[in-house]
Design a binder for this molecule. Sequence first.
Ligand SMILES: [Zn+2]
Ligand SMILES: [Zn+2]
Ligand SMILES: [Zn+2]
Length: 141
Amino acid sequence: MSKALEILADNGLRKTVMRQGILEIFLDSDIAVSQQHIETSLVNQFERVDRITVYRTLKTFEQKGIIHKAIDGTQTPKFALCVDGCTEHAHHDTHAHFHCDDCGKTYCIDELEAPKVKAPSGFKVNSTHLVMNGVCDSCRD
Ligand SMILES: [Zn+2]
Ligand SMILES: [Zn+2]
Ligand SMILES: [Zn+2]
């Protein structure tokens, strides 16, 4: 069984070619990807790509703990595969994200955790994000 099918089965998701196709894109990518990027990649594979279906699939994957939003300080939402330990409605993606100003790619920096912060009294923190921007390794070559 392919990795994509395995992930769908593990999460109790019905196997559709579209879900499988989208998962393959995440599995093949070492950067976070936008919905636009996903749609463009799928065009090679499918005759027509329905934006709503892609949108809903991303939502489902996010709810299931398969992918997370890679907050990178830009206006374009991007997503990346979760590491082990994320489950339905319980994400543990507290790692930093790096946005390259040159190529526009967004990377998950798994080895760097967002610091625990203490909120001012009266405030409740739901999430903390660590976002870096600059020039990535491949653009510096
Ligand atoms: Zn996650
Ligand atoms: Zn770059
Ligand atoms: Zn990430």
